[in-house]
Structures are given as structure tokens and as C-alpha cells.
Unconditional design. Structure first.
Length: 262
């Protein structure tokens, strides 16, 4: 039995995916977010799973990965693209590598274009794939920084993603409109950037004229993610976020009084 959960980080609009072999208890997590590690670890423990890998689709520019902290807490290994330029991973992945969890696995497809080190992960039965910042629901990742290349992205999508079965479900790393999943058939037909008969030249011209602002966390996220989320001398990232203490409404004291008035 496959265990599958789609999780969300609102500040960065990032999706994190948990997959597990429910019979064996072995799990992988794709694109964890640092601030959500406590949530993710709690879910893994509640489900009685053993995390074996934290996988990255690429070096992110909009959030700090939770991979290092999950490794510290749960003993998993970290894996990402050999072409990512990142240090500190336990495994560096290339085209057609396989990451196993229990009796299940995901196959690696290199899908550069957003960055040189972008990967998509395809489930063993090809019923679902995790496309990172290469292909979104009715969109694509940007190609204007971090080795972005619209020609490479167009080829990645057509050669590595659109060659999957029509009914294969596609799960992106982000969505900004509340959409959660799509399929190969849908994106081939309806993606306004590259679906239908749109050619590489038209796609490249469109992507070169997006003129988007850079991500707000760019200066923090990229250096941190080039270390798989490991803090540099403990500066900028803490292993335990400074959350406020939890108080129940039934507890006596000023907090309970304040809650009752609001």
C-alpha cells in the first residue's frame, strides 16, 4: 500500500510530498521546508514510518530546505542532483537513477531549465511524477536566473515529462492559485506556455519577457540550500524555531483571561 501526503508551506507556496511503502514503513520526503520540519516529523512518527531519504527537486531560491534538519532528527539520507553544485548530500543523482523506499521506488529524470540541477521523480508504476519547478499546473518555473534556460526547459518537459503516460498525475513544487495536481494529458492540451502546438521559439520568447521580481529569500535561501540546509556557524538558521509557548484556554492566568476577551 502506498502512503501519500501532499503538504503545503503558505509563505513560500511550496508543496512537500511524503511517500511511503505502507507495508514496510519506509518513506521518502520531497522538497521539505525548514520551518515545517516539526510538522513533517510529527506526521511521519504518527504514521509509524521510517524516513530513509529527503529528496530535493533543485536548489531552491524561495525557502530554506528542511533536509539537513530532518537528517539530524530522523537519520535519513539527503539526495539531490549531481549537477546541483550543492555540498553535504549523501547521494548525488543522475538520469535514470532509482531511489528505493521499501518495495517501492522513484526513478530520476533530469529536467534542467529552471536550474541546471533540476530533477523530476517518477513513481515506479508511472502513475505520478513530481516535477519540481520545471512544470507547474498550467505553467512552468521561471528561467531568468540560477542557470535558467528556456530552451532546456522546453526540451525537458517534452522529452522527460510529456513522454509519461497521459493519465500520469503531475505534482509541482509550487502553486500560487490553490491548484494541487494536474496530468500529462491536461498539460499537453491546456498549458498556455507550451501546450498544443506551441513551439520552442514561442515558448522561449515568452519566458524571456516575463520580467519577474527575484524571490524575497533569494540571498538567504540559495547559500543555505547549497549546503543542504545546514547552518553556517549557526548563523541565520536555528535548529529549534523560537515558537511561542502553547497555552490551553482552560489554564488559569493572564493568557486565559486575554483569550476569553478576544
Amino acid at each position: 500500500m502506498l502512503v501519500f501526503r501532499q503538504l503545503f508551506d503558505p509563505p513560500s507556496s511550496t508543496y512537500t510530498y511524503l511517500l511511503a511503502d505502507g507495508d514496510r514503513g519506509a518513506a521518502i520526503i520531497i522538497d521539505p521546508v525548514f520551518e515545517q520540519v516539526r510538522r513533517d516529523a510529527a506526521l511521519i512518527e504518527e504514521l509509524g514510518l521510517r524516513l530513509v531519504f529527503a529528496l530535493e527537486t533543485h536548489v531552491h531560491a524561495d525557502h530554506v530546505t528542511g533536509a539537513w534538519l530532518l537528517k539530524e532528527r530522523m537519520g535519513c539520507r539527503i539526495a539531490l542532483a549531481a549537477t546541483s553544485g550543492a555540498a553535504g548530500a549523501d547521494r548525488y543523482l543522475v538520469q535514470d537513477d532509482v531511489v528505493t523506499f521499501g518495495e517501492r521506488n522513484v526513478q530520476i529524470r533530469q529536467t534542467p531549465g529552471h536550474t541546471d540541477g533540476c530533477l523530476s521523480y517518477v513513481l515506479d508504476d508511472r502513475s505520478m511524477a513530481f516535477t519540481g519547478d520545471c512544470l507547474f499546473v498550467r505553467g512552468t518555473g521561471r528561467t531568468d536566473f540560477q542557470q535558467g534556460d528556456p530552451h532546456a526547459m522546453y526540451r525537458s518537459i517534452h522529452e522527460q515529462i510529456f513522454t509519461l503516460p497521459d493519465l500520469c498525475l503531475l505534482y509541482p513544487a509550487h502553486d500560487y492559485r490553490g491548484l494541487t495536481v494536474t496530468s500529462v494529458r491536461e498539460e499537453r492540451r491546456f498549458n498556455p506556455r507550451l501546450g498544443g502546438e506551441i513551439g520552442e521559439g514561442d515558448f522561449t520568447g515568452y519566458m524571456n519577457n516575463l520580467r519577474l521580481a527575484h524571490p524575497k529569500k533569494l540571498d538567504v535561501a540559495v547559500p543555505a540550500n547549497l549546503q543542504c540546509g545546514r547552518p553556517e556557524n549557526g548563523v541565520g538558521i536555528t535548529t529549534e524555531p523560537d515558537w511561542a509557548a502553547l497555552r490551553r484556554r482552560s489554564e488559569p492566568g493572564p493568557t486565559a483571561t486575554m483569550d476569553a476577551q478576544t
